[in-house]
Design a protein around this ligand. Structure first.
Ligand code: 2AM
Length: 486
């Protein structure tokens, strides 16, 4: 048998897998590659991988045999049963201490399950989020690994070498936490991406509908915003999209695209986690539902014929409105990230994971779709106070919200008056107003629950934890129902 020469193996030569291999190879690793359809192995090794430090394997046994110890194998196949199938195929050839890494878009409970099953067999399992698309995979993705911490020292040098770097050279890759924590954080990243995209779409809609701006004019606005607090990849690509004209007709491309959004499910998973943990993740929830509503295109076309709204008439100063929209977008984004971090904290508590909050901000700072200057500020907030309860309570973000709120409120008011739907911006404002309220109308809600279901309530004039029931009508008994919490 030949001496093992490869530093890491990778299974699954679709575009993400191939690009990660090339990225690892260009950073000094010898990479062994395998793909179920083995012709792809040869095509890759003799094509894009020609002349590079690659070992093509035609069986998983050969792949395993080519690896130095501790063996590290990254699986880049379709999320779901394919990952289990590949693990099953590998297991007979692995030994305790070997490391398996799933870099696909896996739903985090699957990663937790696999981490537990494999630990029992002595295999160290890592589930990692990889973000940045095809280009990121090749040139520097954001990498969010979690799982068995014993695997981290072996995986760290390879991952940190290939990850995106921020300005000072710090890699956008750090250990997230145990079990499915890495995939969980990647899922929340995707949810936040849904929210950021929806917010940008609302800003666009406001400028289009209230001010009648054309794509070329909005291109200039986004170009300006990209130099300020909104400096980010998504604002940058929006700027470029708005300047792109259809080569055939010369019409702005964005005007030719049907307004029916698709989704692959990671936004939904994020919101389901929020519901499961009882975390208000309203903005991302609205962003997911906004996509659902957009996809009901035929129904909306029919409804538009019968349901009229106000005549759109904005009479204020356009320049002021554009500045206000920038503030509305910014403040809503602060809320969205605050809600996303609150979800991570809640899940961390529930699963017993210590999630590295500042590290997460750093991992998202570069390489991924939500990368932005703003994440540098979030990192600073968690560096100052790693136990921060809510991002809006960090003094910098508190100040920014107070600075932005006048414009934000004016935008929401103008949108409501003129009938422009801004579910993300307005729900963010509702959350802000709710979160900063020391008294909400839930006193009445508790009364209603007690009235019809004897669900009991606590009193403002009695210590917390004491529950009371009132016989509101004189007809019910004095028996209260058992109290429960969602
Ligand atoms: P294939 O080229 O043989 O289809 C993305 O689909 C990647 O996942 C491809 O490399 C694909 O291999 C791989 N893949 C999908 N399902 C798989 C399975 N059940 N077992 C192994 N690899 C699989």
């Amino acid at each position: 048998m030949t001496t093992p020469t490869a530093d890491i193996g990778l299974i699954g030569l679709a575009v993400m897998g191939e690009n990660l291999v090339l990225n690892m190879e260009s950073h000094g690793s010898t990479v062994a590659v395998y793909n179920r359809t083995t012709s792809k192995v040869d095509e890759f090794v003799n094509g894009r991988g020609k002349g590079k430090k690659l070992v093509g394997a035609h069986t998983v046994q050969d792949l395993v045999a080519s690896l130095k110890r501790p063996r590290k194998i990254m699986i880049m196949v379709k999320a779901g049963s394919a990952v289990d199938a590949v693990i099953e195929e590998l297991l007979p050839f692995l030994e305790p201490g070997d490391i398996l890494i799933d870099g696909g878009n896996t739903h985090f409970p699957d990663t937790t399950r696999r981490a537990k099953d494999l630990k029992a067999k002595g295999i160290l399992f890592v589930g990692t989020g990889v973000s940045g698309g095809e280009e990121g995979a090749l040139k520097g993705p954001s990498i969010m690994p979690g799982g068995d911490p014993e695997a981290w020292p072996s995986v760290k040098p390879i991952f940190q070498a290939i990850a995106a770097k921020v300005d000072d050279g710090t890699p956008c890759c750090d250990w997230v936490g145990p079990e499915g924590a890495g995939h969980f954080v990647k899922m929340v990243h995707n949810g936040i991406e849904y929210g950021d995209m929806q917010l940008i779409c609302e800003a666009y809609d406001l400028m289009k509908t209230l001010l009648g701006l054309k794509p070329a004019e909005m291109h200039d606005v986004f170009a300006r915003w990209n130099k300020g607090v909104l400096d980010s990849y998504l604002v940058e690509i929006t700027r470029d999209i708005l300047a792109y004209n259809d080569p055939d007709s010369g019409t702005p491309m964005v005007d030719l695209i049907l307004d029916a959004a698709g989704q692959k499910g990671t936004g939904k998973w994020t919101v389901v986690s929020a519901l499961d943990t009882g975390t208000p993740l309203t903005l991302i929830g609205e962003a997911v539902f906004a996509r659902c509503l957009s996809s009901q295109k035929d129904e909306r076309v029919e409804a538009a014929k019968v349901l009229s709204g106000p005549k759109t008439k904005y009479e204020g100063d356009p320049k002021t409105l554009i500045d206000d929209i920038e503030m509305a977008l910014y403040a809503s984004k602060v809320i969205s990230y605050a809600q996303g971090y609150a979800l991570m904290n809640a899940m961390g508590k529930e699963a017993g994971w210590e999630i590295n909050n500042g590290g997460v901000a750093l991992m998202w700072r570069g390489g991924c779709i939500i990368r932005s200057a703003f994440l540098g500020k979030i990192k600073e907030a968690f560096d100052k106070n790693p136990k921060l309860t809510n991002l809006v309570l960090d003094p910098y973000f508190t100040g920014e919200l107070l600075r932005a709120q006048e414009g934000w409120r004016r935008v929401c008011a103008a949108a409501v008056t003129n009938g422009v739907p801004i579910p993300a911006m307005s729900s963010a404002l509702a959350y802000f107003d709710g979160y900063r309220s020391d008294r909400l109308p839930a006193n009445l809600l508790q009364a209603q629950r007690d009235f019809f279901g004897a669900h009991t309530y606590e009193r403002t004039d009695k210590p917390r934890g004491q529950y009371f029931h009132t016989n509101w009508t004189g007809r019910g008994g004095t028996t209260s129902s058992t109290s429960y919490n969602v």
